[in-house]
Design a protein. Sequence first.
Lengths: 123, 259
Amino acid sequence: MAAPNLSSPTSITGKTTYLDLTSTSETDLLVNAASSGKALRVTFLALCNVDGTATVDATVKIHSAASGGTGYEIVSTMTVPADATVTPLGRDLSLWLEEDRRLTVTASAADDLVVVCSYEEVA
Amino acid sequence: MPIHQTARTFGARRVPTTTTASGCWQLGEVTQARRANIWPTDVDPFFSDVSLLMLFNGTSGSTTFTDSSSNGLAFTASGNAQISTVQSKFGGASGFFDGTGDYINSNTTTSALTFGTGDFTIEFWLYFTSTPAGGVLQQTPTSAPALYINIDTTFGVRIGRHGAAQLSAASDTLTANAWNHLAFVRSSGNVKIFFDGVSQTVTNTGGGIGGYDYFATRAIEIGRTADAGLDGYIDSLRITKAARYSQNFTPQTTDFLTA
């Protein structure tokens, strides 16, 4: 199924997903499956360091495939200070996630980083 | 545009400092702050409690061993103790001890291991080619109540107090020809030994060391104990007068922070 023509979509649905990074492994945040017939527009991405004392480094990548693929950094080992939130993406700085693409997040410490992502699902 | 005047900040508008930046920040603000060198960088929240920090970095064959903690102890090498680039966990080098007369000494008495009855964390990376690896560190003079950490086939990995009690864990799960992370943590009188971040089953001898008063202010030696010399490589040794780990953890993937 082809991605929708953005000039005449069938539906646009606002959605939000969350992630609590309990390990230092790269973790899928948002996946747009191959042939989903959808395009996902990320309009808000918040990286929140919930640790009150230690900084945490965050890396966000877009991958060239919904599974595997090559990762390309949007944010690379950016220090998120204690009790701080950084919003690398927003409505003024949105990102399209095409079919067969995914966003991943990696934290330098477990249980320190919470991620909230709002996006428009265009079909 | 000054950072605090950006229009898109939500929450209270503020300017970050080099140590704190609580609140919500957009990427542009972070970029500005980083360019102005006022965005907080990685800091070790326990750094003020770090009493010894040996990164074992340097050029191959060097006998300069630097303590990167605020104590800045100056060590003198004996035997063939040297910086080696043959094996390294971080920084491209490690400390090499051949098991025969090799050690480094802080020369001067220090309170780096003077924990009293308080919490502590002693951790390091160890690479050995055959077991037992030998003595890792000790206070000198080695009479009681000097602290020591030793690895041998009789007791396994042990931390103790010369002439008195000790705590040990079987060493057969350590891996030869690979880097092993070892951590010894005392928290509120409870002592744990971690291998690669995993708590081990321990054996107390002579009552254990949970309540022991490590009051002695003495010199420190790395690379040997009264029982044996260390045969292998050691990297990133850190002693903290606080309990860093209370449960299983993932050892650090980059070198210890120096601030």
